[in-house]
Design a binder for this molecule. Structure first.
Ligand code: SF4
Ligand code: SF4
Length: 429
């Protein structure tokens, strides 16, 4: 069912939806979340950090405001003074209409980029709290329909792009088109290589380029129909059950074939889900190493195993939030760019303080959010143009799609280039 402002799924009654969300919110209120929710001093600094607030000036997009129903649930249900607060009616109980109204703020107007987190003087991790709020929204069946549709596909297929049984044919087509061998379903390998959905559709060059590099290195690797899509839609949607299932499918498949490494594609939220959250599903150290493509390229170049011809031009770089700010890989991409012979001209805001592309956290797939996303694109476009750099590069396919969509709409002709594809194009003998 849909309205102009929110979508909802399932057949729960209004009361059941509210109860499901509240139960989930309360289950998230561990010590860390409680400390964060108690320590806001209302300084407003997070507002000037958020690209949605900066580009619209709309006070509803103040980061801490996006958590308002979540905060109210905390004060009434889990804070030390909760019984008194309820008895005296000091904090209004969240109603279903509040959650419906907040859907846009939690899903369309937050990319979980974490820029507000580093701006907050109290260290409140708003991005993480938004992720926890999404868990409750998912339980209540209050997710933008486009994301819910992808969730249903991933639950059925293990991927938003394709059922696993179709993977061998897709890879065979990509291998033929790009003239490269792409092994699939080998019973044993050292590296399990994974993909983002776009790489199984319009961006097969990225997939083929990864194959080209791995083959050049002479590594024992394979893709596998039991675990191939790293872009965990459960992570973005707040569907914890799906997030766990998709994460386990990657790690379990790697273990099954004896791989010691899972190689992630150029995808930001894949890195967040598989690199930083996978261990909690296992309850122990992961039995495999999980590497982002940029880390892999950086390591191979540093070891002298991979050599590239220098391009000798200027470039600027968009730092994907989940990889750089949330993931800590700021230096790796810059070393790869240096190996390619680029003179790097940094964006005005870059590295851990770089602005998000505007499409993270599932926002790029949420058609409803397109006008808002376009405002963020204008900010990024202005910063990229101001560098005067000849090349514009990034290391996340979702960021790339966001920029490509924004460029198309704005009539901006600068291509968004993939770091991986540049390395593959410049391989030296
Ligand atoms: S996480 Fe990013 S998008 Fe979300 S409120 Fe903070 S700055 Fe804005
Ligand atoms: S910056 Fe931190 S303390 Fe200040 S209003 Fe935002 S969340 Fe609250």
């Amino acid at each position: 069912m849909s309205s102009a402002n929110f979508d909802q799924q399932g057949t729960q009654s209004d009361g059941e939806r509210l109860q499901a969300a509240m139960q989930s919110f309360v289950s998230e209120f561990g010590v860390t979340a409680a400390l964060h929710l108690e320590s806001c001093v209302h300084c407003g600094l997070c507002a000037s950090a958020c690209h949605f607030h900066v580009t619209t000036g709309d006070p509803r997009y103040t980061p801490i405001h996006k958590l308002e129903p979540f905060r109210r649930a905390y004060w009434r249900e889990a804070s030390p003074l909760a019984p008194l607060i309820r008895k005296l009616g000091l904090v209004k109980a969240p109603e279903l209409a509040d959650l419906q109204n907040w859907q846009e703020l939690i899903y369309d107007a937050c990319t979980m980029c974490g820029r507000c987190t580093i701006a907050c003087p109290m260290g409140i991790d708003i991005a993480e709290l938004i992720k926890e709020a999404r868990h409750g929204m998912f339980k209540a069946g209050l997710v933008p329909e486009r994301l819910a549709l992808m969730d249903r596909a991933a639950r059925q297929w293990g991927s938003t792009a394709t059922p696993g049984e179709d993977l061998p044919d897709i890879l065979a087509d990509a291998a033929r088109e790009h003239g490269v061998a792409i092994p699939c379903d080998l019973p044993s390998a050292d590296i399990l290589v994974t993909a983002a959905p776009a790489e199984l559709g319009e961006h097969t060059k990225a997939l083929a380029d990864a194959a080209k590099i791995l083959n050049r290195l002479g590594l024992r690797w394979t893709m596998h129909s039991e675990g191939f899509d790293a872009s965990n839609i459960g992570f973005n949607n707040g569907d914890l059950e799906l997030q766990e299932r998709l994460t386990r499918s990657l790690v379990d498949t790697a273990v099954k074939i004896g791989a010691n490494t899972v190689l992630l594609p150029e995808c930001g939220h894949a890195y967040g889900a598989a690199r930083w959250e996978a261990a909690k599903w296992y309850g122990q150290a992961l039995p495999v190493r999980i590497l982002h493509m940029t880390e892999f390229l950086d390591e191979q170049l540093a070891a002298g195993k991979l050599r590239v011809k220098k391009i000798g031009a200027t470039a600027t770089f968009h730092d994907p939030c989940q990889i750089v700010r949330r993931g800590g890989l700021e230096a790796a991409a810059r070393r790869v760019l240096a190996a390619l012979g680029f003179e790097l001209i940094e964006l005005q805001d870059h590295g851990v303080t770089g602005y998000c592309c505007g499409g993270g956290g599932g926002v790029v797939s949420n058609l409803r959010a397109a006008p808002l996303r376009q405002k963020v694109f204008a900010l990024k476009q202005q910063q990229i143009d101001a560098t005067g750099a000849q090349h514009f590069v990034t290391s996340c396919g979702q960021c790339r799609i966001t920029f490509e969509q924004g460029a198309k709409k704005a009539g901006w002709t600068k291509p968004t280039e993939s770091l991986l594809e540049l390395v593959a194009d410049q391989l030296a003998d």
